[in-house]
Design a protein around this ligand. Structure first.
Ligand SMILES: Nc1nc2c(c(=O)[nH]1)N[C@H]1C(S)=C(S)[C@@H](COP(=O)(O)OP(=O)(O)OC[C@H]3O[C@@H](n4cnc5c(=O)[nH]c(N)nc54)[C@H](O)[C@@H]3O)O[C@H]1N2
Ligand SMILES: Nc1nc2c(c(=O)[nH]1)N[C@H]1C(S)=C(S)[C@@H](COP(=O)(O)OP(=O)(O)OC[C@H]3O[C@@H](n4cnc5c(=O)[nH]c(N)nc54)[C@H](O)[C@@H]3O)O[C@H]1N2
Ligand SMILES: [Mo]
Length: 739
């Protein structure tokens, strides 16, 4: 038995220390009880409070996921029309020969820019496996085209880099115990986790006397559990309310002028905008009330309370920023944090939407560089993005992948994509405009998907390669974003059926593509090497064997981590990483972009598909698509325990439901010009009137009339991005009728 295996008292049972590697922002230590190569029980972390990292319902259902009867177990090739889902079993030799043959054919006929590599959010584990293995292989094969832009948080990333020059804008979660007021602005950690211990510390902070306010169109689970007050707000209008809060502070001299003078740049320009000196419109609470639906009295009181309660943590997340002017939301939140002197202060917050701390953060744990991609070398840069976020123009925005396939060079894209190789994503389902995505996948000459399940996207494949789950391999798994700890998932099972990891698939393909020395190490050697080569692990992991054996290394911190503490305590020695060295409320780099939708100071602006769009006559409801509590996006969709937990239904306010003769539980159609879905209605006052909520991730399943019976919300969303690069899923107008 290997050292990381604990003996069980039960005959034939071993207990293996592991974690899942889902893309949920948590990373929970698990003890997997294994008998006859099957997980028979999942136990959570055995550390005591407050260190315990308690797993949620998804890890509790881990064995149903790993051993699901629908897992793909052998390679298959398409036999019916594309998208119909008819496949035939083939051997690995035939499968890999086919993929190698197609790659060689496209390279020879069209060049390497005809190859698209689609990697995704799934499988947050070491960087030698998953999409990274394929990227390294294809770089050596002469290159490939891929996407740019983070679908999760590009608005927040843009905002944080503009304002602070850094994406490490979070505090370790226990610092919330030092807060007197916590504003959950589009943040619902009871559901979306955001670090395994986030909700635990929100509850502790509440018990400690902090007042908690939730600002969200939905009365979400966190609000229902801990909030003193819920302020419903129309989607996409938060920046207007924040600007009005700034107006209240300026008018009543409640802002921290000394802090602004010392640490920031451009407050004068922001003031000119807020007070109406710039455009003749003073951004009063009454002005914001008309836009947002939040009462002017409430905005005034909120501004006063936030400005006078110290320290206060404004927790703005990424959901509101996944919208047509997403970056303005996070930038304006950060500006309020500076106006109240809460940046760099324990119990405060810098906002910026990312909440990450630099200890144990997934971004800092890269190891095996994929190597230069020849297709991208010397390419011009994408115009219109901030210089630090400059991307080579040979790439395609994440929310435009399928548009690029459909339109190609004639649509202004860098190449004509002929084949796609995909892993760790279900983008047909998860990027916007699924109907267009389906058309795009049908247009490809060849599509190969490495998958665990026959997902909505996998149905369109020509070739399906079955991959192992995290339980079937050993790996360094990576928490995001709260830390402070490092995790190791030991191998609990031998690969099921004929499954192989993405890395094994890439390695076997390398031989066929005559690429030498692609995989010279064993799994154990790779993992040890990555720990040895990475300064982040080296700083903390002194005993590799102990780390592996225990499956976790918890970093002991003398005090909570507070973003920008150094910059505030000693600004001369520690300037911010912006060009001016200050918090840039006015950004010259943003000004240089000369893009009206990305102004140099944070501003509220109207956008297509908000309530001011005439389209509202036809499609009167604003659609939100947050992340589901019973899945990770579309992953775990088939797990019965999780399906039972929460049926997939559309949240509809009683006011909107009655106006359309819809009763709770009725089947409804939700539609716009992009598509139509069928789904059950949940009539509930937990969502404000005028807004409808459908969790993302249900599998797209169009019927013969093109109605998506699976209720995939991206059948309705728009494949566009904001000035700063945010995917705009939460800016979407729809109509609803009884089916
Ligand atoms: N409407 C709307 N859409 C959204 C969002 C939203 O808020 N609203 N959020 C967006 C966000 S933030 C994200 S991150 C994306 C996520 O988008 P995706 O990354 O496409 O989402 P998943 O559904 O997690 O798909 C991951 C797939 O990878 C497979 N997989 C798991 N492990 C492995 C592995 O080891 N190897 C291989 N080859 N495959 C594996 C899973 O079976 C699953 O099918 O969705 C986005 N889509
Ligand atoms: N259970 C579970 N957890 C997950 C994931 C998952 O799929 N399942 N996915 C993970 C991933 S990859 C990511 S990126 C994160 C995403 O985490 P977030 O981006 O924080 O999550 P969302 O669910 O999109 O939105 C958060 C909240 O914002 C609200 N909201 C949306 N639009 C607006 C608005 O205009 N104004 C205001 N005030 N509120 C608004 C929503 O109602 C929701 O309550 O979650 C991670 N955690
Ligand atoms: Mo994400």
């Amino acid at each position: 038995m290997s050292p990381e295996t604990i003996h069980s008292t039960q005959e034939g049972v071993k207990i293996v220390r592991a974690t899942s590697a889902f893309d949920c922002g948590g990373r929970c230590p698990l003890k997997l009880h294994v008998k006859d190569n099957r997980i028979i029980r999942v136990e959570g972390d055995d550390a005591l409070e407050p260190d315990q990292l308690r797993a949620c319902q998804r890890c509790r259902a881990y064995r149903q996921y790993v051993h699901h009867p629908e897992r793909l177990m052998f390679p298959q090739k398409r036999v019916g029309p594309k998208g119909e889902g008819k496949f035939k079993r083939i051997s690995w030799d035939e499968a890999l020969d086919t993929l190698a043959g197609e790659l060689n054919r496209v390279k020879k006929t069209y060049g390497n820019s005809g190859i698209f590599l689609a990697t995704g959010g799934a499988y947050i584990a070491s960087l030698h496996n998953g999409g990274f293995a394929a990227a390294r292989l294809l770089a050596q094969f002469g290159g490939y085209v891929t996407h740019y832009g983070n679908i999760s948080s590009e608005g927040a990333v843009w905002a944080s880099l503009t304002q602070y020059g850094s994406v490490m804008v979070g505090h370790s979660r226990e610092d919330m115990l030092n807060s007197k007021l916590i504003i959950l602005w589009g943040w619902d950690p009871a559901r979306m986790i955001s670090g395994t211990n986030s909700m635990y510390h929100v509850i502790k902070a509440r018990e400690n006397g902090a007042r908690i306010i939730a600002i969200d169109p939905r009365y979400h689970d966190t609000a229902a559990t801990v909030a003193d007050e819920w302020i419903p707000i129309r989607p996409g209008t938060d920046t207007a309310v924040m600007v009005a809060m700034a107006q209240v502070m300026i008018r009543n001299n409640l802002h921290d002028q000394a802090f602004l003078d010392k640490y920031t740049l451009g407050f004068e320009q922001f003031t000119a905008y807020v007070m109406g000196h710039e455009d003749g419109v003073e951004k009063t609470p009454t002005w914001a009330a008309q836009i947002s639906g939040v009462d002017a009295v409430v905005i005034e009181r909120l501004a006063r309370e936030y400005a006078t309660t110290k320290p206060a943590a404004l927790m703005d997340c990424q959901g509101p920023a996944r919208s047509a002017m997403g970056e303005q939301f996070n930038r304006c939140a950060a500006t309020l944090c500076a106006m109240t002197g809460n940046v760099g202060r324990s119990g405060g917050s810098a906002a910026g939407g990312l909440m990450g701390i630099p200890v144990g953060h997934m971004f800092r744990m890269s190891a095996i560089p994929p190597g230069k991609n020849p297709v991208e070398l010397d390419g011009p840069r994408v115009k219109g993005t901030l210089d630090i976020r400059l991307r080579v123009a040979k790439r395609v925005h994440i929310n435009k992948i399928f548009d690029a396939i459909v339109e190609g060079r004639k649509g202004g894209y860098p190449s004509d994509i002929k084949i796609m190789w995909s892993m760790c994503n279900n983008y047909l389902n998860q990027t916007a405009n699924s109907n267009k995505a389906a058309r795009a996948l049908k247009k490809l000459e060849f599509f190969c998907a490495n998958e665990l399940f026959m997902t909505a996207q996998a149905r369109y494949a020509d070739l399906l390669l079955p991959v192992t789950s995290t339980a079937e391999r050993a790996d360094l798994t990576r928490p995001w974003p709260s830390g402070p700890y490092f995790t190791f998932a030991n191998r609990a099972l031998e690969p099921l059926g004929e499954c192989k990891s993405d890395f094994e698939i890439a390695s076997e393909l390398a031989e066929r593509l005559v690429i030498k020395d692609f995989n010279p190490h064993t799994e154990d050697e790779w993992l040890k090497l990555m720990v040895d080569l990475n300064p982040e692990y080296q700083k903390h992991i002194t005993d590799y064997d102990k780390f592996r054996r225990e499956g976790i290394h918890r970093v002991e911190m003398r005090e909570p981590y507070v973003a920008f503490k150094k910059q505030i305590e000693d600004p001369d020695k520690h300037p911010f990483e912006t060009p001016s060295g200050k918090i840039e409320i006015y950004s010259q780099r943003a000004a240089d972009l000369d893009n009206p939708s990305c102004p140099p100071i944070p501003k509220y602006m109207h956008t297509p598909e908000d309530r001011s769009d005439p389209l509202v006559e036809k499609y009167p409801l604003q659609l939100l698509s947050p992340h589901p509590k019973n899945r990770v996006h579309s992953e775990m969709y088939l797990v019965e325990w999780l399906q039972e937990l929460e049926p997939h239904r559309a949240w509809l306010n009683p006011f909107d439901a009655h106006a359309r003769g819809i009763k709770d539980g009725d089947e409804i159609y939700v539609f716009n010009d992009r598509g139509k879905i069928a789904i059950g209605a949940w009539v509930t006052a937990r969502i404000m009137p005028g807004v409808i909520c459908i969790f993302e991730g249900a599998w797209y399943a169009p019927d013969e009339n093109g109605i998506d019976r699976g209720g995939c919300v991206n059948t309705l969303t728009k494949d566009a991005y904001s000035g700063g690069g945010a995917a705009v899923m939460n800016t979407c107008l729809v109509a609803v009728e009884k089916a």
